[in-house]
Design a protein around this ligand. Structure first.
Ligand code: FE
Length: 199
């Protein structure tokens, strides 16, 4: 008669389950790693509190771009009504209406609110989406990337790392570009500086 319980069968049961225990620990480990990676981070510009989603976001606020904080009243005085609506109220200009949608002169694009250099013409491309598109920011510390679940969509909002001004969103839908990313930016949020005229 077989009796389940002796030392040898118990060891066998342990050995049989060992791979499952190890696998379980690995799964727990990955879960923790992801939770840390997706967690909120300090630093960077202002904007709504939510969680950054890509590598660039981890560098936001760490690259010495500084931080500009102004009251709502001050921003209203500095910006045009259109700039204020997009940069401070997260508005979106109408597609195919922005002045930089089909602008491909060599130069840089700075934040329309604080002047921080955000993008260059080197990474600008015609995405035909109706807004200026770049496949990368000038540097990871120039923009802050934040998870945005407004309007029933899950997107990644792009804001200026220095003043927190809303610039647009970034999407992973440019597979033919080096980064695979499309920074979809409002023309109103940026200002073009021709090559050689940069500060
Ligand atoms: Fe800015």
């Amino acid at each position: 008669m077989f009796r389940f319980g002796g030392e040898v069968p118990r060891m066998k049961v342990m050995m049989d389950y060992l791979p499952l225990v190890v696998l379980g620990l690995r799964v727990v480990g990955v879960g923790v790693q992801r939770a840390v990676g997706d967690g909120p981070r300090a630093g960077g510009g202002g904007g709504a509190a939510s969680r950054p989603t890509t590598q660039a976001s981890t560098q936001a606020g760490e690259g010495g771009v500084g931080h500009i904080e102004k009251s709502d009243e001050e921003w209203r005085k500095i910006l045009t009504p259109e700039e204020y609506a997009v940069l401070r109220q997260k508005g979106t200009e109408r597609a195919f209406t922005g002045k930089y949608d089909h602008h491909f002169e060599p130069g840089s694009y700075v934040c329309a609110a604080c002047g921080l250099e955000l993008f260059t013409s080197d990474t600008k491309f015609d995405s035909r989406c109706g807004w200026p598109a770049f496949y990368a920011a000038k540097a990871g510390d120039r923009v802050k990337l934040t998870r945005d679940v407004s309007y029933g969509m899950v997107r990644t909002e792009v804001t200026c790392a220095r003043c927190g001004g809303h610039l647009g969103h970034v999407f992973d839908d440019a597979p033919d570009k080096p980064t695979g990313q499309r920074y979809c930016i409002n023309s109103v949020s940026i200002k073009f500086i021709p090559k050689g005229k940069e500060k």
